[in-house]
Design a protein around this ligand. Structure first.
Ligand SMILES: Cc1ncc(COP(=O)(O)O)c(C=O)c1O
Length: 409
């Protein structure tokens, strides 16, 4: 008999994991990248060059460069963030992290205590929402429309909280290619957001990991870049543009908060080899690689949209997203997305049910998130066909597929 650790696990710990099993064949979850879009040869030569030149740095926990990560990669980011997001910063304003998930943990660790309140978009990244639930944070979700977070609703929420004597710790926003709605907050709303943040004394936490993935390569300036009062924390990632398994993300923040974040990064630094490889690779290839990746993603999105139109017809509604790697789909009212997820899994189709990606469980009840970067075109077509069959069997919709009337099985 094995020792029972369960009784020793403190109350309030996350529920125990279930053993990993390979996902279904048709996996529309997890925000993975496109395996065929990776420049493996160039990454190999980048790691080779970096190791030959500076491999001995790996003997030092901090690569002889202090606690904020490999400096040439931070210097690449300084140039990139200026060019693409309008951010003026120095390498000293950047902390390299183990993915932007660690960025979320560090910022939350520095600012949040049980019982605190944060504001975020009503439909929001599951990893962010779960972190709030685990920390016992009150979350106020702001509705979105086609232009992203609604500023009138934000103003109402801020005023309502103020009337109750509550000052939110921050406004979290995925303003550029929002997860899961893929909306982009325009310049006017960004200005309004900053104005409201100033007025109510609430800082902004900008999560920008999809910002390089708009189809036309254009994006509004980062909110961080537009702030005049250093009240924005910005995080980003190489997961969506290069590869998530490298686990390299970053925080850009003024020293007044960075100085509270650094003592919480207790892992003695994120993987040095990945940072060295990325610095070498990105300096030469990033600017060419990303447009090619966007084309790959857009082609897959078009396959997904065609498959949904063919298999679901009017039973699936969505806005064509301006970029990113996921589609937020509204199914017919009577579809319970949680039940659909479970039923689809049995057929090897893996989807994200809306209620796991939203603060508002009723609003998101019939919605699903479909990631399209990682499956092949064929898997997308077959997976959506199967999903429609499962949905029809469970909920009677879509009644027609490929313009053929179907009977509920
Ligand atoms: C909005 C958002 N933030 C952060 C992350 C975490 O990304 P990573 O830790 O790989 O950088 C994700 C991943 O999907 C995301 O969608």
């Amino acid at each position: 008999m094995s020792f029972d650790f369960n009784s020793l696990v403190p109350a309030g710990s996350p529920p125990p994991a279930v053993r990993w099993a390979p996902p279904g064949k048709y996996n529309f979850t997890f925000g993975n990248n496109d395996p065929d879009g990776l420049d493996v040869d160039e990454l190999m030569s980048a790691v080779d060059t970096a190791l030959k030149r500076e491999g001995r740095r790996l003997a030092d926990y901090r690569l002889h460069m202090g606690p904020q990560g490999y400096k040439p990669l931070r210097e690449f980011l300084v140039k990139k963030l200026k060019r693409d997001a309008g951010i003026e910063c120095s390498a000293d304003d950047i902390l390299l992290t183990s993915g932007s998930l660690q960025g979320l943990d560090l910022v939350n660790g520095a600012l949040l205590a049980r019982g605190d309140t944060v504001i975020c978009e009503r439909d929001c990244y599951e990893g962010t929402i779960n972190r709030y639930y685990r920390r016992g944070i009150n979350v106020v979700g702001i509705p979105l429309d086609k232009g992203g977070m609604r500023m009138d609703a934000l103003e109402d929420a801020l005023a309502g909280l103020k009337a109750k004597g509550v000052r939110a710790k921050y406004i979290y926003t995925i303003a550029t290619v929002q997860n899961p709605t893929a909306t982009v907050l325009d310049l006017g709303r960004r200005k309004k957001l900053l104005e409201l943040a100033e007025k109510y004394g609430v800082p902004i936490f900008e999560d920008d990991c999809y910002a390089d993935l708009t189809w036309d390569g254009k994006r509004p300036p980062a909110i961080y870049a537009m702030s005049k009062s250093q009240n924005v924390i910005h995080i980003g990632s190489f997961s969506k543009t290069i590869a998530p398994a490298l686990r390299v993300g970053f925080i850009v923040a003024p020293w007044s908060i960075m100085s509270h974040i650094l003592p919480l990064k207790t892992d003695a630094g994120s993987g040095g080899l990945e940072q060295m490889m990325l610095a070498e690779y990105c300096e030469v290839h990033f600017a060419d690689h990303v447009p090619k990746l966007r084309q790959r993603f857009k082609a897959k999105l078009d396959t997904l949209v065609a498959a949904l139109n063919e298999q679901f017809g009017t039973a699936a509604e969505f806005d064509y997203p301006p970029g990113g790697i996921f589609l937020w789909v509204k199914l017919s009212e009577n579809v319970d997305a949680m039940k659909l997820r479970d039923a689809a899994l049995k057929s090897g189709v893996v989807i994200n049910p809306g209620p796991e990606w939203s603060i508002d469980k009723d609003y998101s009840r019939s919605r699903i998130r479909l990631c399209f970067a990682s499956p092949t075109h064929e898997e997308i077509r077959e997976g959506i066909k199967l999903l429609a069959e499962v949905c029809r069997k469970e909920f009677g919709v879509p009644a027609r597929s490929a313009n053929v009337e179907r009977a509920r099985a």
